[in-house]
Write a protein that binds this ligand. Structure first.
Ligand code: GAL
Length: 674
């Protein structure tokens, strides 16, 4: 297979020629050439233009577009348009329209109006996929397939309920096991027949946590099956093409991205920070570190492909060239941010930078979403930056290898899902927020950080951080024990290890799965009001959560001070085997969290990427054997000097002692070997 990662860094985005008259296409290709665009996703929502009536295909326009792109040297990731079935489909198959948890059947009028468990939808999706594969699998423009778009919708229809029951029989074997796993003795929920089980629809009061969790797992598997059946068909048509789908990130997404990573040829993620300022950089870094973690997770599991260097490559499949629509308005990116954010992704292993979208449309729901060619046309700041980014990516063509990190966050989708249950001791803890807080603390101090899935190899990591890893099964507990016994340093935060894989509470004190390892356990939780905080004896504060901890071998590092927890341990450290296990029983304020992680990292012998980088300058190193490249990103609005040496690839300038970064500026140094 010819992987995209074997070629130049990918540059381009979603291209929707079906929204434009043919005369615009030639201009598009000319502008793409000018910008250095080399890969576009074509036809991602073009189903009704490709199949205007059942079984009647209109491929002429796509033939022309692909030929034009090929003539212009632009490679194509041809999309299967299955994320937006045409109106005729919904009319013919009203039973394939999705049903919400409230039992409301949604109607056509937007996109994603299908149920992925419904045979009529799956069949229609395979038919259009087959038609595309038959016609284009060997088209010279094709670099690969972009299956669907952002799998992430859910459904509660009868087809789904039937599929859920089938899935449950495979998972649990018999009803006794299911009843045990879901603790149905509570509230008279015992099931005596599979037919009694429905999807977790809206109900009177709190739903069953095991039921909810299994539904999430089932739905991730269902969407994955919808993906893999398209993939297998496309693969059979031409085994040489890269096949992937673009992940949508968010804690609402019912997809276990780590598990999916083993089924895509290249992990591809869409990333839209929730604002362009106030944290966009740290959100970018976390998203990219997650993507690399999923790619590495898959590489470890694929026989024959070593996880070193390029095997952990991934691709930023969508990002916004300019405005981000969030919190009720568009946030405009200031000049330079598109380049800086794109390079933040490339620094962390993305094999390029792709955007939504190529050209801003005249109508449609997302007419004001940003584009590389904006409504103003190519004589615009955004298009000039588009051209500049294309040039920058070409200058970085030699960069390879991966980030080398000695610190890793342990991440698990199911823990995030379980923590969304409304019956937890507090509604305040938010899994993504917990991950982000730990990652932010490491990012601000300048540590390179990987993300791991429980069970991944831990060689080379000196410090593992477990933010709110709520579900820990026996294997994961053993994996962590082995890591610490072998000399690893582990930092665990509250709400980790409280429950088993079925979301059943582990008895004997929290966190049941890690009690011995931590040499401490919580007898009681003390969730806090949103406005409250607890004080700590090192001057710091905690919020959201606190605990009554009892020590069984650990030392107190920081204590609560004042209130009912006065003088009780808040942060503990346990030396066990050859390693150390820390426990943090509250959500530390950012400064304290950073200080604690710094202490833990230094104790573990971990150093930052660029110890002399000033605050606000992000430093990321990619390494491939003896060669290394240092990305320096100035996120401040003033000039910064960073001690470093090498050759700045973006300006082809040798750097002897220090590089000067303009406000918001970037440099990528090929470092001297040795
Ligand atoms: C993405 C999606 C695109 C477009 C974009 C708008 O999540 O895949 O199709 O909707 O958001 O920002």
């Amino acid at each position: 297979m010819v992987m995209w990662t074997d070629g130049p860094l990918c540059y381009g985005g979603d291209y929707n020629p079906e929204q434009w008259p043919a005369q615009v296409w030639s201009e598009d290709v000319a502008l793409m050439r000018q910008a250095g665009v080399n890969l576009v996703t074509v036809g991602v929502f073009a189903w009704s233009r490709l199949e205007p009536a059942p079984g009647r295909y209109t491929f002429d326009w796509l033939d022309q577009v692909l030929d034009l792109l090929h003539g212009g040297g632009v490679r194509v990731a041809l999309a299967t348009p299955t994320a937006s079935p045409p109106p005729w489909f919904s009319l013919a198959h009203p039973g394939a329209l999705p049903v919400t948890a409230d039992g409301i059947r949604l109607h056509h009028g937007s996109r994603d109006t299908y149920c992925a468990a419904t045979p009529a939808y799956r069949d229609a999706a395979l038919r259009i996929t087959t038609a595309l594969a038959d016609r284009y699998a060997h088209h010279p423009a094709l670099a690969g397939w972009h299956v669907h778009n952002e799998y992430g919708t859910t459904c509660h229809c009868e087809h789904t309920a039937r599929a859920f029951r089938r899935w449950l029989t495979t998972r649990h074997g018999d009803l006794a096991a299911l009843n045990d796993a879901w603790v149905t003795s509570f509230w008279s929920q015992h099931y005596s027949d599979w037919a009694q089980i429905s999807t977790p629809r809206a109900t009177q009061y709190l739903p069953n946590p095991g039921h909810l969790l299994d539904f999430r797992r089932f739905w991730s598997d269902t969407l994955l099956a919808a993906y893999t059946e398209q993939r297998d068909l496309l693969r059979a048509a031409n085994p040489a093409l890269t096949i992937t789908t673009n992940y949508v990130l968010g804690d609402w997404v019912p997809v276990d991205h780590a598990r999916w990573a083993t089924e895509v040829d290249l992990v591809a993620v869409d990333h839209y920070p929730s604002a362009v300022d106030g944290g966009a950089e740290e959100q970018t870094a976390l998203a990219a570190d997650l993507a690399r973690g999923w790619a590495r997770h898959a590489a470890h599991r694929r026989p024959g492909s070593p996880p070193a260097g390029g095997a952990a490559a991934w691709l930023l499949m969508e990002s916004a060239p300019n405005q981000i629509h969030t919190a009720g308005r568009m946030h405009t990116k200031e000049p330079g941010r598109m380049l800086r954010h794109s390079l933040a992704h490339v620094a962390r292993g993305s094999h390029g930078a792709m955007f939504f979208q190529w050209r801003a449309p005249v109508g449609g729901a997302e007419r004001f979403h940003s584009a590389l060619v904006p409504h103003a046309g190519p004589d615009s700041r955004v298009f000039r930056e588009t051209v500049a980014l294309g040039a920058a990516l070409r200058q970085l063509s030699e960069v390879r290898g991966s980030v080398e990190a000695a610190v890793a966050l342990v991440v698990d989708a199911a823990s995030g899902w379980a923590l969304r249950h409304p019956g937890l001791p507090s509604a305040l803890p938010d899994y993504h927020d917990e991950l982000a807080a730990a990652h932010r603390a490491l990012w601000r101090s300048g540590y390179a950080c990987d993300t791991l899935t429980p069970g991944d190899p831990v060689d080379g990591y000196r410090l593992l951080v477990l933010p709110a890893l709520y579900l820990i099964d026996d294997d994961a507990a053993e994996w962590l024990r082995g890591y610490v016994d072998g000399g690893g340093h582990l930092l665990v935060t509250y709400l980790s290890g409280v429950a088993d894989e079925h979301a059943r509470v582990r008895l004997g004190g929290y966190p049941g799965a890690l009690r011995e390892l931590l040499g401490a356990y919580a007898e009681e939780f003390h969730p806090l009001d949103a406005a409250d905080q607890v004080r700590l004896d090192d001057g710091g504060t905690g919020r959201i959560w606190a605990e009554t901890l009892r020590l069984t071998g650990a030392d107190t590092v920081v204590s609560y001070t004042g209130g009912v927890l006065d003088a009780m341990p808040a942060v503990t450290r346990h030396r066990v085997g050859a390693g150390t296990a820390w426990y943090v029983s509250t959500r530390l304020d950012d400064t304290s969290y950073r200080r604690l992680l710094d202490t833990a990292a230094r104790a573990a012998g971990v150093t930052t990427v660029c110890p002399d980088a000033p605050e606000g300058v992000e430093a990321v190193r990619r390494r491939d054997g003896a060669a290394s490249w240092l990305f320096l990103l100035n996120h401040t609005d003033h000039e910064q000097r960073v001690p470093a040496s090498g050759v700045d690839l973006l300006t082809a300038t040798p750097i002897e002692r220090a590089v000067t970064l303009a406000p918001g500026g970037v440099a990528v140094l090929r470092e001297h070997k040795g």
